[in-house]
Design a protein around this ligand. Sequence first.
Ligand SMILES: O=P(O)(O)OC[C@H]1O[C@H](O)[C@H](O)[C@@H](O)[C@@H]1O
Length: 567
Amino acid sequence: MASPALISETEQWKDLKQHVSEIQTTHLRDLMNDVDRCQAMIVEQEGIVLDYSRQRVTKETMGKLFKLAEAAHLKEKIEKMYGGEKINSTENRSVLHVALRAAREKEIYSDGKNVVPEVWQVLDKIKDFSEKVRSGAWIGATGKPLKDVVSVGIGGSFLGPLFVHTALQTDPVAAEYAKGRQLRFLANVDPVDVARSIKDLDPETTLVVVVSKTFTTAETMLNARTLREWISSSLGAEAVAKHMVAVSTNLPLVKDFGIDPANAFAFWDWVGGRYSVCSAVGVLPLSLQYGFSVVEKFLEGARSIDNHFYSAPFESNIPVLVGLLSVWNVTFLGYPARAILPYSQALEKFAPHIQQLSMESNGKGVSIDGTPLPFEAGEIDFGEPGTNGQHSFYQLIHQGRVIPCDFIGAVRSQQPIYLKGEVVSNHDELMSNFFAQPDALSYGKNPDELLRDKVPDHLVPHKTFTGNRPSLSLLLPSLSAYDVGQLLAIYEHRIAVQGFVWGINSFDQWGVELGKSLATQVRKQLHASRVDEKPVQGFNFSTTTLLSRFLQERTPYDGTVLPKNVI
Ligand SMILES: O=P(O)(O)OC[C@H]1O[C@H](O)[C@H](O)[C@@H](O)[C@@H]1O
């Protein structure tokens, strides 16, 4: 495929650039009057409705975006990903998270080898192990069943599983399976997070799952050693075998840590950390909490979107559509941020997961072959569930900066409530806002309307809403494990689409390395100063000043200290 080094050099890109000025003359208020246009911008897939009519696009814009996708060889890039080609070129790795949720009989190859049997081998092992733990067949060192799980991991080994756990905990089916059990996460190396994660837990009835792709991440390894100490100081060193298991691609290091390799759950270097929730990273802790059958539904949901993404024409392909719209918003209209606004408390941890997925994947400054990008790629993702966000940062979204919004809602609530005599049920109250906000953003309210409403002259500028603020709405049938899997896969693929079009590598993350290596120097200094009273040296003036100030507080390193409230 002979293509220019940068997508921005193509005719299709230049055409879209020119088209921006045409869009600048439109207002969503007018675009929304065109019913034909709106009809063309509502797409349905297995009960999921995507409405992108409130994006600042015309049918013509969409045509041009599809042409851009062609120029970027989007279809071929998707096929290469599914075909196991090493599209993560800076790490020489395939990108095969779709294989993690493939049907048992499917064949997906990496390095000439069908990886699906290995995937199912691990899934079967998780099913077997989680059933043993849940049924009490696997018991702790003192003979008690393990009813609580602490999953230790950070970044991709934390955020996805946390999102799914949070989404499932109020789903009636999943909640039934989770009765009497707790799943907690320990991510931050802050000792406060250790204290919180084990508060009121008893080592006798707790299973610790250490989750780390590399098994070298400083935070995770210190937290794992801390919980190993928490277990062995109370139950003896031999208890670790019954109370600690691991998920990693680095099985030799798991063994060195002292975890029986028989209790290690593998995954592979073709799974990126932030794309790993469907591997043992998420499937093990979630199966321990909810049972494998619930988690399997989540995998099936993701698989349904994998199939849709692979085969649907771009015009009705949800991940492609939302990905192209983000490219349009970020790079052509110049909106640097995106708000993720789920109208569901169950999706409370969705935005934090998307932050890593999107910003670590697409926060890049060079193209896949290393050429500096002459345009902005990636976006700043943030969000909160509605309606909480409405009482917080929506002011800025309505009258301040323009931030394209994703409104996500569900037709059915996980936990319906209706009070006799109330105007609407509680879910309908919530969803009234889901339907109202996108129109408020797109239509706005102009001075004429305000004057008709008898708003005093001096308040008119303050009460004016310019409107013309883009959003899209994603309405899911419900938030069962299956739907949650679909939602995850829509965003995973959307982010890949953006990266494919921008021509960057969405699957490496070199930008996290520099800070880590500087922390190594600081760690050495802190040790030298605390243990050998060595002065601070080798740092710039500012860092030396702060480090010296920090070291004034004497914290002797003599003897193990664990959080007070849990010993
Ligand atoms: O799973 P681990 O190897 O412990 O990595 C945990 C996380 O840390 C790294 O620094 C990366 O930024 C993340 O992509 C990764 O998910």
